[in-house]
Design a protein around this ligand. Sequence first.
Ligand SMILES: [Zn+2]
Ligand SMILES: [Zn+2]
Length: 278
Amino acid sequence: MFRKIPATDAKYIKLKEKYQYTYNDFQKFAQHLTDQAGRSLKSSGKASSYARYLIKLLVLIEEEDGDIINELVSNESVIRLQDLGRHKNFEVYNKDEARFPSATIRCFVEYVNYKYNEKTEQLIDIEFNNKLNEVKENRSYYGSSELIQGPRPRKEKEMSRYGASYPRNPTESIEAKRRNNWTCEVDVSHVTFQSASDNNPYVEAHHLIPMAAQDFYENTIDFADNIVALCPNCHRKIHHAIEEEKRDMLMILFNKHKAMYPSYEIEIDFDTLCAYYS
Ligand SMILES: [Zn+2]
Ligand SMILES: [Zn+2]
């Protein structure tokens, strides 16, 4: 069943078209992972190979099982790819293909995990902001000695009703709003309304390096310098807008915050940040 599949293969072309969005998105993700693994890999073209091998593996699955995977970013595809990787003839094929198939499966599992984290974190994000606005004594948090001042190891994940996720410290988020004087960091002219919880203009807290990306960092990213204050419209926008619009916002926010990351031993560049929002 394992065969060499050229990019001109009819089934390859068909599946690549079907999964075009995920193909591009996965390639960006793989690029980000290989960037992190080491600067020397940057131009090795590994990421585009991973994307191509993903399609090749899907062709093999289709040929073996007689049906195709409908929802590519799913548990089903993770299971079926991992099953393929356990097939008795996989090792020979894997060696012949310079171990790209096994590396691709590993990378794709990480990709699907990230996508799940992203969905979970968005739900938690909304709930967290609602809770923040119920804290009546917000003022007692300002400038609190609990605030993180340097690199700290990330906390353990905790169970929430949306699944396991990293905890968020309200003190850091409230401090982030205070530092920005309860204005929207994208544009101070974005007017909201006076919040009943503390009488300040209503803004929401958002982690610029999103909490969904915490898995990629040994140190915590839950500190005030990584949290931006946004008006509700900009907050929705940063989660749901088309890529170009997100990019413009991210540029403004990243330029304001990028100098602060080294003191927390967090490595981030603009392209990586954009990859987290793709
Ligand atoms: Zn958010
Ligand atoms: Zn705004």
